[in-house]
Design a protein around this ligand. Sequence first.
Ligand SMILES: [Ca+2]
Length: 550
Amino acid sequence: MSRACARGSTGRAGGGPPADPPDGGGGRSGDREDDNGNDDDDIGKRDGQEDAMTRTDTQGAAGGPERDRADAAGGLSRRDLLTGGGALTAAMAMGAVGAARAADTPPPHIIYIVADDLGWADVGFNGSDIPTPNIDALAAEGARLGQFYTQPMCTPTRAALMTGRYPLRYGLQTGVIPSAGTYGLPTDEYLMPQALRDAGYRTALVGKWHLGHADTKFWPMQRGFDSFYGALVGEIDHFEHASHGVKDWYRDNAPLDEAGFDNTLFGQEAARVIEGHDPAQPLFIYLAFTAPHSPFQAPEEYVRRFAHVEDEQRRLYSAMVSVMDDEIGRVVAALEAKGMRENTLIVFHSDNGGVRDSMFAGESKVGDNLPASNGPFRAGKGTTYEGGTRVCACVNWPGRVRPGEVTGMLHVVDMLPTLAALAGADLGASKPLDGMDVWAAIAEGAETPRTEVIYNVDPTNGTVREGDLKLVWTALLPGSVELFDIGADPGEATNLAGQDPETVAALQAKVVEIASGMAPPLLMMEAIALTFGAPPVAADPATLFSQHGG
Ligand SMILES: [Ca+2]
């Protein structure tokens, strides 16, 4: 079992930053030792099959008694998996994983698409009445992920994706970075674009970042992206490209002033990047739409498509989803025109569930009749119920991902080690990963190696799942304890806590253990600093007593 797998559970072996953290430009440092003093040659290599591709000397030459015994039994010995002599057999045994890692196969281009606050049931492939033919085509010809989990909100999910680590490890487990926030994803984390760039990829962020904006050290091009086009904060006016009247629209590190609906511009830009790309170099585009996040806005021609939808918010929300779907179609067409489609892995998922409580809609004013649908799942964004964390998701790579539904548990932290293995990227500079390589589950429908999920642990809530049993422990007074059997009751309708106190106690102990090791939430630390460290703000004399006629 790889180091990543061994640490894929609640345990976080070791800790502390790498001896030589990557610099802001994603520079790659040399060999280093891991927390246990081991050379890092194997770190980031996920499974036996990778060893099979690369090792030829660890166990001696292929052959000899052990190999003979395995051959006689018609099976694979451990040595088969550890020696170059067993590479072909191991690749066959591992199916697409081995195939994807074969030396004569170039690493895939990767288009990683994230929607913002999209409800689980708001894509055609999950039964929506909003037509999403382009996304549906990716899902139909690829793997639909039936239990793909994210964090409950934007910033934490994006951080988990970039790092392969739960946000509670580095202080992003609570809330999102607000427009007034000064913190960001800590710069000693080694991010997906750094790893892929170090492996030879061209890396482009098109869309929303939301991992730090107040200091340029947090910006995307300082974190591993070769180019950046889009917005830094979490919520902008989709036409004005501004938050609270402050422009938030950039090309690379320079502000940009242009007209247009942001999600249309994102699709156009991604297509432009593809059109201008030399296919000989692997390409990574992180395409992070702002649709269908509030404020609910869309170009008029899209709103007209949904004139039959009576509710105004649902009409606008549907129009936003439709724009995103069209733009995904534009991107796929650009890949086809460039002859890149066959070797391009496309991932699509939402960053969290649809909003079902206006408290989590963001800074925009929204009406009570919230438009997103999470289908059978309880609640939505901002909560650790399934509606907030189990998101619509699919993965497509022609000929490499077997069409069908993948039913096992997967988490967004798994995507970094999974993509790194496909890309031949080394994660030796990463801190201990929570994610694990889940490619065999995605590509072949193999059993997922993930047996548990930490939905989140922060000072207000601890939610963990082992197997099908999920504890939702709300610590914020007056508090509540709920236990659900997700397999039998995915809608979380029946609280089993009273019937199974032993499981509750065991999962609570686990939450407490995780909480005792977590990093302090940066949002709360900033609030405390504001409380005790900020200069006083004097009231404007012109407004004093104005309401009292003074
Ligand atoms: Ca979001």
